[in-house]
Design a protein. Structure first.
Length: 123
């Protein structure tokens, strides 16, 4: 069982790194200007939405609901670490428009943006 936990942690960590790769469509001056007018929570939410959009998540949910869904991933960091498949299933039950791959993308983006401590084993 311990080996599975390590594998899942590795998969989450690799996915988080991959979710952050690539370049966005906006120029750095546009991004800087937008960041300077946002509070930290708004910046996190914008970064989360950017990551899931960049990675092709097609949800029927409006952006505020997607942010709420993403933040819900981090409600129980130990659960994310120990049973990420359960988290993916919960996401799909909350948003049936997500397929399995999209739910994993939402988890990876949420962990990267909202609760990076979930990617650290035993932290």
């Amino acid at each position: 069982m311990r080996r599975i936990g390590i594998s899942i942690t590795f998969v989450l960590a690799a996915g988080i790194a991959a979710a952050g790769c690539g370049s966005g469509g906006e120029s750095s001056s546009d991004a800087t200007r937008q960041e300077s007018t946002q509070n930290p929570t708004e910046r996190q939410d914008a970064e989360f939405l950017s990551l899931i959009n960049k990675n092709g998540v097609l949800s029927a949910q409006p952006d505020p609901d997607l942010v709420k869904l993403g933040r819900s991933v981090c409600d129980d960091v130990e659960f994310v670490r120990g049973f990420p498949e359960g988290v993916a299933g919960q996401l799909r039950s909350k948003d049936p428009s997500l397929d399995e791959e999209e739910s994993w993308t939402v988890i990876q983006a949420a962990v990267k943006i909202y609760c990076p401590e979930a990617a650290k084993p035993g932290a």
